[in-house]
Design a protein. Sequence first.
Length: 392
Amino acid sequence: MGKARVSIVRARGYDYTEVSTAIQRSIKLTGGIEKLIKPGMRVFVKINHLSPASPAERGIVTHPVFVEAVLNLLKGTGASVTAGDDIDSGSGDGFQVSGLRHACSRAGIALINLKEAGFIEVSCRGKLLRKVYVSKAALDADVIVNLPKFKTHSLALFTGGVKNMYGMIPHGQRIRFHGEYPGPDNFSQVLTDIFSVVRPQFTVMDGVIAMEGEGPASGSLVKLGVILASADAVALDAVAARIIGLAPLDIYTTRYAAERGLGIGDPGSIEITGERLEDVMVTNFRLPAGATNILTRKAPRALSRRFLEKGTVRPRIIKSHCTACRECEKVCPASAISIIGETAEIDYQRCIRCLCCHEVCRFGAIITWRPFVGHLLDKLAGVWKRLMTATH
């Protein structure tokens, strides 16, 4: 496999003109899309939209202005363009809440909940999966354009181009996989299996406003002011990791995808165009509590695994913030959460620590926590991150 090219372009905020100009430049720096997309082709644009829905200002979804700018650019190629994601349709139009419905309407592009087009069972020669249901809208497309949001993830550490393809499978199957493969290692193998089946031909990442800490839905916003683009989603994720001070192959999905030849994860084989990496790197970027998984994987065998497991991240209910909305109860694959009285309760004997409940809570009522051993590991992981920043 040869070199991959990833562009980095600055954008200060979500002013449409500035974002559109930056996206056009980022794509041009990768070689353009004229050879990839021809008039009349069917293009599916995979946005990043979590359920339950939230306003764009929360930094959870690909920003509507960003999406609109990409859609208008793609329309200019003469292609037939559709955008979408698989979201919970039980509480009204989530796309309306996020502002993406209006953005796609302004661009004149159909925005679909993937449930509307249905799913098709396809074979998967993955490490863990043999069959998986995949969006028909994506399978019917000639080209898939991937628009992930730059965010941390409490279980997978980082959610980027590879992780965004998880939304191509049905909501119910995503919950089931969380239950069957709860650990970060196996769950990341599942993410890579799905990516191997439905790979995007081009990825543009919204890193104008990113999320640090306990992403992908409960973290803090941080202004990175960057847009990344590449025909190689794995290489793009690798560069994104370096921006926040991580060694690319410490991200499980990047490592596994690179090992399988699905993209390039080695920084030495990635050409960066546009801004210099050194000029956009940030310090003190807060990782999720699950970052201790990096330390666990690198720990010497002499260090008791039982000791490390005592630091496992777990969900915890903040009762004063709980609204009893039942979103956590509905999403829990282990049926470990119940609404008792006016707040949620977790049965830790059943809890598999997949952190799905933390991901869907929009009220800050479910946090991640660790016992003392976990806090110690967190400090050690911080030291490791600083060492990696210095050497990479």
